[in-house]
Design a protein around this ligand. Structure first.
Ligand code: FAD
Length: 138
């Protein structure tokens, strides 16, 4: 079985409320569990940054579904790689938004705004990895 990690960013078509985010996360957690997919989602300043990990064809199919979702656009893959084991395996889909830790992490990366389009593949992955340890309860 080939395992992969896909990281992408996108721009929300409108400002997301907490209940919008909760609805995305509820669906993600339900579906991802069934597909053996895990990952991490962050949202701030109308940008999403998400990592998806799992079996290659399952991740590919999910990405195509997500890319079709009218709640966001400008969907751009930052990285796609084969992995030996998932990093986000504790979370069917973890979540973190603009918390104090989030802002601190951005600062450490020399950024004042959340602009995933300026992140390198390594930065995007490390950012999500750090956030996974400091999640919001949604
Ligand atoms: P349902 O949730 O029942 O949705 C049916 C259809 O309605 C879908 O086409 C959906 O796109 C659309 N829809 C649902 N709610 C809304 C709404 N409020 N506004 C507009 N259209 C809507 N899904 C996952 O399974 N795993 C993920 O990790 C995941 N991550 C996501 C990350 C982001 C940033 C976004 C925007 C969506 C994500 N989704 C995720 C949702 C995904 O795009 C699909 O909506 C979902 O997979 C469809 O699930 P479902 O078949 O259970 O249908």
């Amino acid at each position: 079985m080939k395992l992969v990690r896909l990281v992408y960013y996108s721009h929300a078509s409108r400002e997301m409320s907490l209940s919008d985010l909760k609805s995305i996360l509820d669906t993600a957690r339900r579906n991802n569990q069934a597909e053996g997919i895990c990952g991490m989602l962050s949202y701030e300043q109308q940008y999403f940054l998400q990592a998806l990990e799992g079996e290659r064809s399952a991740v590919n199919e999910l990405y195509l579904d997500i890319a079709d979702d009218p709640r966001h656009d400008e969907i751009t893959i930052i990285s796609y790689e084969e992995i030996t084991a998932p990093i986000f395996k504790q979370w069917k889909m973890g979540y973190a938004g603009g918390s104090a830790e989030f802002t601190k992490l951005l600062k450490e990366m020399g950024q004042t705004e959340f602009l995933p389009e300026t992140m390198s593949p390594r930065q995007a992955f490390q950012f999500l990895q750090h956030l996974a340890g400091n999640q919001d309860n949604l």
